[in-house]
Design a protein around this ligand. Structure first.
Ligand code: FE2
Length: 554
């Protein structure tokens, strides 16, 4: 092992991703940011594309740790091993590759980077590894074809104990677990494509949770079973609840019923884990940990004093888990990495910014203002929508300020403008606020920082009509608190906006167009400006504007 070991983590499943960890830090990149296809699965041939963006992959590495899930790609291991041997250089000899199972990779994406010395850990997704592929000891004995769909752990630094797993036979006619439940709920309402779970979350507050008379989920210990009423509905509903194919209220009522059932079950499962462990801290990962309304209830109503959810709790974050597993468990090198911000993308490339700006078409105007934040405040305060691209990209699905579209949350028409004219998406989708961390508790009902936009909280009633474009129909918002130490430019922008307007809040949504993943490169951000009705794009030190502007948001 070299003095400064380099470990590559590869997630070869949904939301394919790669991470490079050294004792000093972590870089991570999702495949979708390269291919521009959301949730793109990992496959053979990914490695050269990752290496074009992450220079760390072009150096000798000490170890590769990879994870697969139920995807059949695990049958092609020989091909994957050949690709690693051909494309990576290994320090001091032949390729060294370790493979870990899916939920173990989630665990290492959640507990080691958390602030805690010990914690209970809950991993819940739809389907992880098969029993025959598990690489961790667990207190059970089951048929080798069964799939893990939830796992519970008690951890301290250097020690992991698996307490239980829920398993599923993989037959969608007999679904089990919270991940399957939310997947099926989403498919009933949005049958096309994948990754529509966020739409269900946005729709639910418009519905009546008891209108359809559906029962709660069955919770036995930590295991969640789906009652027959729900499975019959899945099997027989056809288009009855499909958004755009039925009444809006029907879709919303089902979303609300599903939300209620999901949240109540998550709370009970987390409480079981608390009773079993007595832990005061909880780490939570897996795709279900993206559910911001459930997370909000877990933090407010759950038995834990502290909750850590990594900013990339879904499959995309498991590459980080693989890399940290390799560094700590295989090489014994330790890791000081704590996931305090999510700017883990490739290092910024000033030359790429310069070249992209130099190549803009004649319908764009490039400025280099002495006070860029001040110029952005001019634009935002006058109803313009401004993109911001700077620094390393976010590794997870949330725009946290380095690849963001910003607007004035006080304008009643801003939500519609951004949803319809910039994002090209459904009118009901809520938009989220950025807020100066020091005043977050004044505007929102929160008792903790929200650096990763993982939970919804009430906008305090006296601020709701003042901030119509970030206040959802149920009075909540999925806020992002901004601290100077993590994002000084964004903090300075919010400060300048507050000084001008008295408002410490800006609307924030991912920098992307319709159906696209978050942008990665300066050229992609400029393309987003050109192909949507955004008014301007800040690429520090530059500001790019349209020569002929779209009209302003009302
Ligand atoms: Fe997963």
């Amino acid at each position: 092992m070299s003095d400064r070991p380099i470990v590559v983590g590869i997630n070869r499943t949904q939301d394919g991703s790669v991470a490079v960890a050294t004792p000093a830090g972590v870089h991570s990149l999702q495949k979708e940011r390269i291919t521009r296809r959301k949730h793109h699965w990992g496959r053979l041939g990914d490695l050269p594309r990752y290496a074009e963006r992450l220079s760390q992959l072009r150096h000798p590495v000490d170890l590769v740790v990879e994870c697969f899930s139920s995807d059949d790609e695990i049958r092609n291991l020989t091909d994957y091993e050949r690709e690693l041997a051909e494309l990576l250089t290994f320090t001091g000899g032949p390729p060294r590759v370790v493979r870990i199972s899916h939920h173990l990779s989630y665990l290492f994406s959640a507990f080691p980077p958390s602030p805690y010395e010990n914690a209970a850990v809950m991993v819940i997704d739809a389907q992880g590894s098969r029993v025959r592929d598990l690489t961790e000891p667990w207190p059970g004995d089951a048929a080798p074809d069964l799939l893990e769909c939830a796992s519970w752990y008690l951890c301290e630094r250097g020690r992991v104990e698996c307490l239980d797993k829920q398993l599923w036979n993989g037959d969608w006619a007999t679904p089990a677990g919270l991940g399957c439940f939310y997947y099926l709920l989403t498919r009933m309402i949005f049958p096309d494509g994948e990754g529509n779970e966020g739409k269900v979350m946005g729709l639910a507050p418009y519905g009546r949770p008891d209108a359809l008379g559906l029962p709660p989920l069955t919770v036995q210990g930590p295991h969640v079973l789906i009652p027959d009423e729900w499975t019959r509905l899945v099997a027989s509903s056809g288009d009855r609840f499909g958004y755009g194919k039925t009444s809006f209220q029907d879709s919303a009522d089902l979303a609300a019923a599903g939300r209620q059932a999901f949240e109540e079950a998550v709370l009970r499962v987390a409480d079981w884990l608390h009773r079993e462990t007595g832990a005061s801290s909880l780490c939570f990962a897996g795709g279900t940990a993206l559910n911001c309304s459930a997370n909000g209830r877990l933090m407010r109503e759950g038995a834990y004093d502290r909750v850590f959810i990594p900013p990339s709790p879904h499959d995309g974050g498991t590459a980080v888990g693989c890399a940290l597993y390799g560094l700590t468990e295989v090489l014994g090198a330790g890791s000081e990495f704590r996931w305090t911000n999510d700017f883990l993308g490739p290092d910024p490339d000033a030359q790429a910014v310069y070249e992209a700006v130099a190549a803009v078409p004649p319908d764009l105007v490039v400025e280099k203002p002495a006070d860029l934040a001040g110029r952005m405040v001019d634009l935002l305060d006058s109803g313009r929508v401004v993109g911001l691209h700077h620094g390393r990209s976010e590794s997870g699905p949330r725009a946290l300020g380095n690849r963001s579209i910003l607007g004035d949350a006080r304008r009643p028409g801003m939500q519609d403008f951004v949803n319809s004219r910039v994002k090209g998406r459904e009118w009901f989708r809520p938009l989220a606020p950025l807020v100066l961390a020091e005043v977050a508790e004044k505007v929102f009902d929160v008792d903790r920082p929200a650096p990763f936009m993982q939970f919804a909280a009430d906008v305090r009633p006296e601020f709701r009509s003042w901030l119509p474009s970030i206040t959802h129909v149920d009075g909540t918002a999925r806020l992002r608190t901004v601290e100077e130490s993590e994002t000084p430019f964004l903090y300075g922008l919010l400060r300048a906006f507050e000084a001008r307007t008295g408002c410490p809040v800006l609307l924030n949504t991912p920098l992307n167009g319709q159906g696209q993943p978050l942008v990665e490169t300066p050229a992609e951000s400029l393309d987003c400006l050109l192909t949507t009705d955004m008014h301007a794009l800040a690429l520090p030190p530059y500001l790019v504007r349209k020569r002929v502007e779209p009209d302003l948001a009302g």
